[in-house]
Design a protein around this ligand. Structure first.
Ligand SMILES: [Fe+2]
Length: 238
């Protein structure tokens, strides 16, 4: 049987891009933690806030961060893919060069829903993104299942897929809710650590997800692999 490719689909690795890793030393520690924990591929998804950031400036900063990582003599690191965690803002489907925020080599956008409120205009914006040819992966939907079940359902019915955060499985009630949800949907296509910095206790929760999710785990990892088809591979080790 082909060994499972372990993909951490949501992480804040790139140095000085957001409040994840500040410096290259922390980034080195984080990548080693991921590699030592058995992660084969990590998707670097630094925060992008459309109301605050400029797409081209952000994408250029991402390029520089990768160059810095490649020049810093990293030894232990998973293979990287690079995208962004993009906060959903109403009407953002009209922004130019949005493709620069996709996981590179794909048309996949990791979209973070607002926590304050989700209106029908947000749902319309996601639908418009998909009409423009983007695929939408909703970040950590475990955060919204209680507050916005109807909106989540609308988005998934319209064609979006979803990612869950592994650390939510640490709570007994959330674990029960997620496992129950998995019985009803095949839209969960990715698991993420959402790791900021090199907190090993947090990353243990990502590793533990394999056991907790049991048979769902290989299914989700296979869906994650499919989502990454055609993505650009970034090797940052020597
Ligand atoms: Fe995140």
């Amino acid at each position: 049987m082909k060994p499972l490719t372990v993909i951490d689909f949501h992480s804040h690795i790139l140095p000085a891009l957001d409040h994840g890793c500040e410096k290259i030393e922390e980034c080195r520690e984080q990548l080693k933690l991921m590699k030592d924990s058995g992660t084969d591929i990590a998707v670097a998804t630094s925060h992008f806030y459309p109301h605050m950031h400029d797409i081209d400036v952000f994408a250029d900063k991402v390029d520089r961060a990768i160059e810095k990582m490649q020049a810093s003599g990293l030894v232990d690191a998973p293979e990287l893919r690079v995208g962004a965690e993009v906060l959903l803002c109403k009407g953002m489907d009209g922004m130019e060069n949005l493709n620069r925020l996709c996981i590179r080599g794909t048309n996949l956008l990791l979209i973070e829903l607002p926590t304050s409120s989700i209106s029908h205009k947000h749902v319309d914006t996601v639908e418009n993104l998909m009409l423009k040819g983007y695929r939408v992966l909703l970040a950590h939907i475990d955060r919204y299942l209680d507050a916005y079940p109807d909106e989540i359902e609308s988005l998934l019915s319209a064609g979006a897929v979803a990612q869950i955060n592994a650390y939510s499985l640490a709570s007994r009630s959330m674990r029960k809710q997620i496992l129950h949800y998995l019985e009803t949907t095949d839209k969960i296509c990715a698991i993420g650590s959402d790791l900021h910095g090199a907190d090993s206790s947090n990353y243990k929760k990502f590793v533990k997800a394999q056991k907790i999710l049991d048979d769902y785990y290989p299914e989700i990892m296979q869906r994650a692999s499919a989502l990454l088809e055609g993505s650009q591979v970034f090797s940052v080790t020597e």
